[in-house]
Design a protein around this ligand. Structure first.
Ligand SMILES: Cc1cc2nc3c(=O)[nH]c(=O)nc-3n(C[C@H](O)[C@H](O)[C@H](O)COP(=O)(O)OP(=O)(O)OC[C@H]3O[C@@H](n4cnc5c(N)ncnc54)[C@H](O)[C@@H]3O)c2cc1C
Length: 609
């Protein structure tokens, strides 16, 4: 029998990023007891890295902005396969969530008359991103933590959840281990909120931090929740390409929002070469107009560098593939050119983009106030995730909620920059509220029945297996992880085709077998090799889900570009891909029609075209 320590709360939140913290605050404000576990240290969740800002139609910089424009922008960006209700709630509630953050002490950049300053970002019609320089995520986490710490939330840091436990159909708890000492822990709860973030570590080149291994997606899938839209992985157009040790590290879209331009090695500003029809009316057709937009001229249209991420990333790949890339295989992103247009440009850049200045100076010996950066696409965000009810964030498993990047629906085929931080606040709050309500209406599920105790023992045995396997022809967990990342990068990356994805599925099968034979040396204390071995199950689950969904969607839309089906296809215009675990344990994919958008929202979309 496995030995473990037990903790009990009404609501358990898994993850301490923006979504987890906001959910925990709301649940505890509703008067229930709240526990929060996170794989990382508190304050170090991936949200802390967010740079450019939080999208909310506050209309502080441009009074023409309102929820309807934000809703229409989000739907257009998502190519209309978003869950319309989530996009509606998000656009309507984001301004209140940002003001609330301000009331809790977030120190945003300011307009001259003292309101929250908003900046331009790709796909947003008006300046909409509330920000703190390019360190918005840090301020968000600091504020939420400061606020949450007084609420009596039980925080368990550096705990990795390995499995969720059910009582019959409903959720009853979670089982994991602490990363320091490797001891097992059982968390009993009436309701659980998953807020475990993204999947970037399934790819070789990524902006994501080490704990973005798709655990929440996999945990939910293995207990019967549905995953939707998994094919839609966002490749951010601008990651660092040099030096190799930091390749993939994000270069915020805020650089382009402040006037940064993209050029190829011939000096051509190539984003003017191809402007999608659906954005033509909103996009500047000359450099002069684009610059006036960046200065705040309300009669100017935005420069093509601020088109949606899927499009910008593909244009960059085209330039590189056709031989117009930079020496290190990227394109140039130049903000230093604004010194031709404004006085004190150097100071301006350092003030507006302090992290970018330091990042390039320290890591690449590039002074961005004087020279261009070399950038290329990097795996950044997953639009797909746990299928939840738009209003309550509950999954198909009673008592299991999800919010933030591990949930899905609001973004459709492509997320607009800034819409994640507002998503965390809007749906984190809702998840906390409805999880607390569920906890008040339900008792604790049983986990001491023979079958539950059996599950715990099996999971504990499997978790310790890598110690037993070591030395007998075992696999190195780092090698399996690296090979998996290579395959996902090359076969299920930014440009896809069926042949390569089918071959990826075969490779994934082999990786599952290798993962079952990984061996690690040492003991359970402070053992990163062991942690890597345990991450493989989630990475493999999400990789398979992404690949199967991408094969099923036989078209190009948003973040999914298929060179064998390069156009949009009407058959896929109103469906989501759904991934479920079948009774025999295999992964199944099916298409499901989207809920019909009500007439009042159809009118909003029409009006904003
Ligand atoms: C460099 C960068 C800049 C970005 N800038 C912006 C921006 O300006 N605006 C914007 O809107 N978006 C931005 N994004 C995207 C945004 O930051 C993320 O989508 C968002 O922060 C995800 O938040 P989250 O709360 O869902 O998850 P995270 O912040 O990733 O938190 C996940 C939590 O779950 C924990 N966890 C994971 N697995 C387990 C497990 N098995 N057991 C226990 N705990 C677990 C983790 O340790 C962590 O605490 C940026 C992303 C990057 C990489």
């Amino acid at each position: 029998m496995a030995e473990y320590e037990t903790f009990t709360n009404d609501v358990l939140v898994i993850g301490s990023g923006g979504a987890g913290l906001r959910a925990a605050i709301e649940a505890s404000a509703a008067g229930v007891s709240v526990g929060m576990v996170c794989k990382c240290l508190l304050g170090k969740a991936h949200t802390v890295m967010a740079e450019g800002g939080i999208a909310a139609a506050l209309a502080n910089v441009d009074e023409r902005d309102n929820w309807k424009v934000h809703f229409a922008d989000t739907m257009r960006g998502g190519q209309y396969v978003n869950q319309w209700r989530m996009a509606e709630l998000h656009a309507k509630e984001a301004p209140d969530r940002v003001r609330e953050l301000e009331a809790w002490g977030a120190v945003f950049d300011r307009t001259n008359d003292g309101r929250i300053l908003q900046r331009n970002f790709g796909g947003h019609k008006y300046p909409r991103l509330a920000h703190v320089g390019d360190r918005t995520g840090l301020e968000m986490i600091r504020t939420l933590q400061d606020h949450g710490v007084h609420r009596g939330i039980d925080v368990h840091m550096e705990i990795c959840i390995l499995t969720l436990l059910k009582d019959g159909n409903r959720i009853a708890g979670a089982f994991g281990y602490d990363r320091e000492r490797g001891r097992f822990k059982l968390f009993r709860a009436k309701a659980i909120v998953l807020a475990t973030g993204g999947i970037g570590k399934a790819y070789k080149i990524t902006s994501n931090s080490w704990d973005c291994t798709g655990d929440g997606h996999a945990l939910a899938y293995h207990v019967g929740a549905e995953l939707i839209d998994m094919e839609f992985v966002q490749f951010h157009p601008t990651g660092m390409v040099w030096p190799p040790s930091v390749s993939g590290m994000l270069v915020t879209e805020g650089v382009r929002g402040e006037g940064g331009i993209l050029t190829n090695k011939e000096g051509n500003r190539f984003m003017f070469d191809e402007i999608p029809e659906s954005y033509r009316a909103q996009t500047a057709d000359n450099e002069e107009e684009g610059w006036r937009y960046c200065l705040g001229d309300k009669n100017a249209r935005r420069p093509p560098e601020l088109l949606t991420r899927d499009h910008v990333a593909r244009c960059i790949v085209r330039e590189i593939k056709e031989g117009r890339g930079t020496p290190h295989g990227g394109v140039y992103l130049d903000i230093s050119w604004i010194k031709e247009r404004i006085p004190n440009a150097e100071e301006h850049i350092k003030r507006k983009l302090p992290s970018m200045y330091h990042q390039f100076k320290a890591l690449g010996d590039v002074d961005i106030t004087r020279e261009p950066m070399e950038v290329g696409p990097t795996t950044h965000y997953i639009m797909g995730g746990v299928h939840v009810d738009p209003d309550t964030e509950m999954s198909r498993v009673p008592g299991l909620f999800a919010a933030g990047e591990c949930a899905a629906g609001i973004n459709g085929a492509n997320r607009l920059g800034g819409n994640s931080l507002s998503d965390l606040l809007v749906f984190g709050k809702r998840a906390g509220e409805f999880a607390a309500r569920f906890a008040r209406d339900n008792s604790l599920g049983k986990i001491d029945s023979p079958s539950r105790a059996g599950t715990i023992d099996i999971v504990a045995r499997e978790a310790l297996a890598p110690f037993e396997s070591h030395g007998r022809g075992s696999e190195n967990p780092y090698a399996v992880q690296r090979d998996l990342q290579e395959v996902m990068q090359h076969n299920v990356g930014i440009v896809r085709n069926e042949h390569e994805m089918l071959s990826a599925l075969q490779e994934l099968q082999k990786f599952w077998e290798r993962a079952n034979h990984v061996g690690v040396i040492g003991n359970r204390d402070f053992n990163p090799g062991w942690h890597t071995a345990l991450d493989l199950r989630s990475l493999l689950t999400v990789s398979e889900a992404i690949t199967r969904a991408a094969i099923e969607r036989k078209e190009s839309r948003g973040a999914q570009f298929r060179e064998d089906c390069p156009k949009k296809d009407e058959r896929f215009a109103k469906v989501n891909t759904i991934i479920v675990k079948a009774d025999d344990g295999s992964m199944r994919v099916r298409l499901e029609p989207l809920p019909e958008m009500p007439d009042y929202l159809k009118r909003v979309v029409e009006e904003m075209k």
